[in-house]
Design a protein around this ligand. Structure first.
Ligand SMILES: [Zn+2]
Length: 678
């Protein structure tokens, strides 16, 4: 039950949340025609914000996600400073280690003074490598999670998610994408030139030749790996990336490298271990290079990979080189973000999956976790899951047999919200307050050993692979959806806001993550999360026809002249946006109905219906301003469409949107033949 006063308080909050949009929509006095909801809803809601928001020199993008992430960073920065200054606050082994890691990252003088000491043992091994010693060296780098050229990790078996298996996937390219090695457009040439500069700096630091010939050899070496790599679109096919090999089978498939020696050195088991190979052709290319590439080129390649992986923890000159290549050339930054933000990112990782990410989450949750938010999120998930159930049952194209299995999967989906049930303790991890790069390498080796120890154990379904401080949400393996505490805050979720605003914001994110388990990739996994085909051929064909139309729609969007969205590469995200909006909308109707039954009003707020507020709050979530370099990088390498098209695509295909704003056939925001998957 919600007392009326609370409803009024919610109304006031919502007004605050949506003020810029309402100004745009209702009180534009300028000579330009006022933006129209039915013509361009992104402009209608976000136009004023875009026109008045500056992109700071140290940002590649600003928007709702970024603003909240910066807020979380500020909170963490203050908490870390206090934690480091007051040992009495270091109440758990995780917090003690976190305080030391943070201090080591903030101490730039100590980092400069340490030089390359932490990486020197590995660099020396690279420098001394022989043909026979190569397998053991690749294993040693992989134990530090330096992907050169393969990425090795222990993860649940896609076809039996209860057991852990060793997996090897393609990796180890210096350019952002495998296609970049062959491309000759201006953007790619500029990035290639920046990569050569960066590689030359790293080679010089490693006391290796960095002249034109050495760089040519490096690029040619990487080109051979790129040629054997799958494209991003090919990698969306989970069956193509599932190739079980025994050690003997792998040796026969990819001769030239002693795989048994590599896997034995990596796993500590003399016979090696069987593995799932993501890209068999890539393994062959690695083996061929092991056999015939000059050792001098291997030395260059491995030194560059090792130093690139650690550069942000190394002295200023190398960290600067890393920044110039990865942040300036690829994303257009003009200045580095504040040091403490860099340290938080380096300790936690972009999605919270770095070895000590969860320690940051522990610190964050102590200050910012709201059990009320967790409780409301569970209720929203209930409503939106019910929304999906209704849409599946009402599906005009899915047979009853497949519908039954889809509903089974929906019911079996597990939600993780806010904070983990159990915190990691980091037993045995050695973190020193004056050894930033050493902390990185030790924590990578530590987490790798932890994962290797998982090999014979059942999969731990409680464990998180992200952290509570992250502003993001995830559809995880094993039919899970995960919403860290970091995103359960305004403008995504506010306990004092009205339901329409919340269902349009975090509700749509919930719908998006649920739909991921039914997107072009996710639908191929069953209710347990195993890769297993549960679709009839006719239903799969009907789905594919709708997915194909979705890919075509987004491939038609051109965010910058000559730079289009790749509708295949972004298909899973776009399908999840389309479906997520539909089921969040049904979820809102369920919530509104519950309120009406309880005798509560669902009033207009600032003259807006709940349905209008739902769409407006969603557009606020996706508002963003981005540097062209960052946008191009996202279009070429990312899985997500730019924010503007996450508004235009789904809403122009929803009858409920047209109805809410009185849009008519022929309006830009009304698709002539709407794509409705769910
Ligand atoms: Zn997604």
């Amino acid at each position: 039950m919600k007392p009326l006063l609370k409803t009024l308080a919610r109304a006031l909050f919502t007004a605050a949340l949506l003020t810029p949009a309402l100004v745009t929509a209702t009180s534009s006095q300028a000579s330009a025609p006022a933006p129209n909801a039915c013509t361009d809803f992104d402009d209608y809601v976000n136009g004023t914000w875009k026109a008045t928001t500056e992109l700071p020199a140290d940002r590649a993008r600003v928007g709702s996600f970024d603003q909240l992430a910066r807020g979380n960073d500020k909170l963490l920065a203050a908490a870390l400073a206090e934690l480091a200054a007051r040992p009495g606050l270091q109440s758990t082994p995780a917090l003690t280690r976190l305080a030391a890691y943070y201090r080591s990252g903030m101490d730039l003088a100590a980092i400069d003074k340490a030089g390359l000491a932490a990486v020197a043992p590995l660099l020396q091994r690279v420098n001394a490598v022989t043909r026979e010693g190569l397998p053991a060296l690749l294993a040693e780098l992989a134990r530090h999670q330096v992907a050169a050229p393969l990425s090795l990790f222990v993860a649940p078996d896609a076809k039996d998610v209860r057991r852990n298996v060793l997996t090897a996937t393609q990796a180890g390219l210096g350019l952002p994408d495998r296609d970049d090695y062959a491309k000759t457009d201006a953007t790619t040439l500029r990035i290639k030139a920046a990569y050569r500069q960066h590689a030359a700096k790293l080679l010089t630091a490693a006391d290796l030749p960095a002249d034109g010939a050495a760089l040519e050899a490096l690029l040619a070496f990487e080109s051979r790996l790129a040629d054997a790599s799958m494209t991003r679109v090919q990698r969306r096919d989970p069956n193509a990336s599932y190739n079980p090999f025994t050690v003997a089978e792998l040796q026969a498939h990819a001769p030239g490298l002693d795989w048994k020696a590599l896997l034995a050195a990596y796993s500590g088991r003399a016979a090696g271990v069987p593995l799932i190979l993501g890209q068999p052709l890539f393994a062959q290319a690695v083996a061929e290079l092991a056999r015939d590439a000059p050792l001098a080129t291997w030395r260059s390649y491995l030194s560059v990979r090792l130093l690139d992986a650690t550069a942000q923890h190394l002295p200023r000159a190398l960290a600067q080189s890393y920044f110039n290549y990865h942040s300036v050339a690829q994303r257009g930054l003009k200045a580095p973000p504040p040091r403490v933000e860099q340290v938080i990112l380096q300790i936690g990782g972009a999605t919270g999956g770095a070895p000590m990410g969860e320690a940051l989450g522990q610190l964050f949750a102590a200050q910012a976790f709201s059990p009320l938010a967790q409780q409301r999120a569970f209720q929203m998930i209930g409503d939106i899951r019910e929304g999906m159930r209704q849409r599946v049952k009402a599906s005009p194209w899915m047979s009853p047999a497949t519908q039954t299995l889809a509903l089974e999967k929906l019911d079996a989906m597990v939600a993780k919200i806010g904070v983990p049930e159990r915190w990691k303790t980091f037993d045995g991890l050695d973190i020193q307050a004056d050894d930033y790069a050493g902390n990185l390498l030790r924590s990578l080796a530590w987490v790798n050993a932890e994962r290797l120890a998982d090999l014979d154990k059942p999969v731990d379904r409680i464990r998180w692979n992200t952290s509570p401080h992250i502003v993001n949400a995830f559809a995880g393996g094993g039919n899970q959806i995960i919403f860290p505490a970091g995103i359960l805050q305004p403008p995504f979720f506010d306990a004092s806001a009205d339901d329409a605003s919340n269902y349009g914001a975090i509700g749509m994110i919930i719908g998006h993550e649920i739909t991921h388990h039914f997107d072009d990739r996710g639908r191929q996994f069953d209710s347990v999360g195993n890769l297993r085909d549960w679709w009839t051929a006719a239903d799969a064909a009907a789905y594919k026809a709708r997915a194909d139309r979705t890919a075509a729609l987004y491939s038609g969007y051109e965010p910058l002249p000559g730079e289009r969205i790749n509708g295949r590469q972004t298909l899973g995200e776009n399908l999840s946006d389309l479906g997520g909006m539909q089921i969040a909308y049904v979820g809102l109707q369920i919530a509104l109905e519950r309120q009406r039954k309880a005798g509560l009003a669902t009033p207009l707020i600032e003259g807006r219906t709940p349905e209008q507020r739902f769409f407006m709050s969603n557009a606020v979530v996706w508002r963003s301003k981005q540097r062209d370099e960052a946008l191009i990088n996202q279009l070429r390498t990312g899985q997500h469409s730019p924010g503007r098209f996450r508004v235009l695509g789904p809403m122009s295909n929803m009858a409920s949107f047209a109805q809410a704003f009185g849009c008519k056939a022929g309006d830009a925001m009304v698709a002539a033949e709407p794509i409705v998957v769910w």
